[in-house]
Write a protein that binds this ligand. Sequence first.
Ligand code: SF4
Length: 189
Amino acid sequence: KEYAEISIKDIDKVASSSFPLCMRHLFEKLREDHHLKHGGRMQLGLFLKGVGLNLDDALAFWKAEFSQKVGSERFDKEYAYSIRHNYGKEGKRIDYTPYSCQKIISSTPGAGDQHGCPYRNFSKENLEAALSKMGVSSRLMGDVMDKVKNRHYQLACTLTFEAVHASSCDSGINHPNQYFIDSQKILQA
Ligand code: SF4
């Protein structure tokens, strides 16, 4: 599938309009802490590749954050390789694909990890706060939380999509990059 390119200057705007909660959370944590552990770097990094951030922009994006924490020299030495690796430019040169919801939901984040699916991993209070920040009204919040209670995380994400876009999502959400594409389709229509 061909994606339009997203450039680094648009990234904050599209993050707040079109990223699903799992990626929004990683994106915000990265901006806040200037760091993400391995699982978060993989989950967000491959997603960003999937939304069309090219390798040069990806390196610039991660470097701008990480160098505030570890310095640019350490970034170049320890972290740049794995980003090039994700783009198939190092090691076995495999072009790695972004993670599906199923893969993300079944991951097991440890202490200090920010990856995984927030519908599964967040406390009720944190999830409600995050959803309300995304623009889910209190009227629709109960429906989303019901799905979460029954462990239907992708359905909860689908209802969130529908709430924040005021538009239906008949296929349901099964991939963060599908969430992004469907969102952009609606917003650009
Ligand atoms: Fe991300 Fe999928 Fe969870 Fe939605 S259901 S937050 S897209 S992993």
